[in-house]
Design a protein around this ligand. Structure first.
Ligand code: SF4
Length: 374
């Protein structure tokens, strides 16, 4: 497709008509409020529309304005983000809210949004176009797919050069008015019609101009992205009750700041139960006895695959720190389990956990524990 002005206008017109008739009625599409749009866009980058539909409303109920988010301490913000993943985004959201509140107004330009902590090209273009009508293209995975197919480009969809190319192709399509709707229409087409494996070209408003569809194998475009080989990491985790509460630590390995049951890496031929005993002693000063294997859990974070061997057990009486023998903290344990300050250890009942930041692994641990007969 040659992107001359007439053709660009035709594509934009078809897209706009299709969007008016077929768009999903999503709650964040009923507002132009920059705060509400911004929260939805950050959430949409990391989870499904269905999950965001529930969590977006809840987040806005808890922090209804940018000022209320700016005033909140970090802990409740991270707790509210629990289950949405990528906590760095929640931290940046919080820092950016403080910057906006300090300034007293939302930025109205693309550059203004880009200056905020953690706001990248996608979020800046989405909020600036939807809330303030800035005629800037939004480029996400859906847009890359649609435009690569439209232009018959077999490129690596994750490569920076592809994003730059697609942004250049998307720019002339953006109308001077209603740029936000146009951007959402292109993303919506990718989500509903021009899907990765089975594009529904028969229902597509762009079919007449689409090179990939003409070639008969649209699903072959843009090209499968090169993914790094996933790394498998073996962990052992222990769940122990003290007075109907569970011992949890603030994680630094899987997701920083999350509460999780203590986990220790199992290397080479080490036996998980031994690693757990030694790790527990180092962490809490208590011995672990009557270990019972509960389950092996699978968990993924980015390109890491965790296989987690979960045990329950009982604790032996604590050894007061002063009476510990020098050397009982052996080199093995020191290497395996870094010192955890008391401030990072919590004892919580299962019902209290939801008030703290926690992730998918802890939910899997609790489910397996319940099934095992906690
Ligand atoms: S015609 Fe098919 S391949 Fe081309 S943009 Fe539409 S759905 Fe995608």
């Amino acid at each position: 497709m040659d992107c001359d002005d007439d053709l660009a206008r035709d594509v934009a017109r078809r897209l706009s008509r299709w969007y008016r008739m077929h768009r999903r009625d999503l709650p964040w599409r009923r507002t132009r409020n920059p705060y509400a749009i911004w929260i939805s866009e950050v959430m949409l980058q990391q989870t499904t529309v269905e999950v965001v539909a529930k969590r977006w409303k809840r987040f806005l109920t808890r922090f209804p304005t940018v000022e209320s988010l700016a005033r909140a301490p970090e802990r409740p913000v991270l707790a509210e983000w629990s289950g949405l993943g990528y906590y760095a985004r929640a931290r940046n959201l919080h820092r950016a809210a403080r910057a906006i509140a300090a300034r007293g107004a939302f930025p109205r330009t693309l550059e203004g949004w880009r200056d905020l902590p953690g706001v990248g090209a996608y979020t800046a273009a989405a909020v600036a176009s939807i809330s303030f009508g800035v005629p800037e293209p939004v480029v996400d995975g859906n847009v890359v797919r649609v435009l690569c197919r439209l232009h018959g480009l077999r490129l690596d969809p994750k490569a920076p050069a592809t994003l730059a190319k697609v942004r250049a192709l998307a720019r002339p399509l953006v109308p001077a008015r209603n740029s936000g709707d146009h951007n959402q229409a292109l993303m919506e087409l990718g989500a509903l019609v021009c899907t990765p494996r089975a594009p529904r070209c028969g229902a597509c408003p762009l079919r007449g101009a689409c090179r990939a569809a003409k070639g008969g194998k649209p699903e072959a475009f843009p090209r499968a992205p090169r993914r790094p080989e996933p790394r498998t990491i073996h962990l052992v985790a222990g769940i122990v009750e003290r007075e109907k509460k569970i011992l949890l630590v603030e994680d630094k390995t899987l997701v920083k700041g999350h509460l999780c049951v203590p986990t220790f890496e199992v290397r080479g031929r080490q036996r998980p139960a031994n690693v757990l005993r030694r790790g527990w002693k180092r962490l809490t000063g208590r011995g672990a006895v009557a270990l019972e294997r509960v389950a092996t859990l699978r968990h993924s974070v980015l390109d890491r695959r965790y296989l987690v061997c979960l045990f329950t057990f009982k604790e032996k009486r604590a050894v007061p720190p002063r009476s510990r023998q020098p050397g009982s903290d052996d080199a093995f344990s020191r290497a395996l389990v870094p010192r955890v300050p008391a401030s990072r250890i919590r004892l919580l009942s299962p019902s209290q956990i939801s008030r703290h930041a926690h992730g998918g692994l802890l939910l899997k641990v609790l489910a397996a524990w319940r099934e095992h007969g906690s």
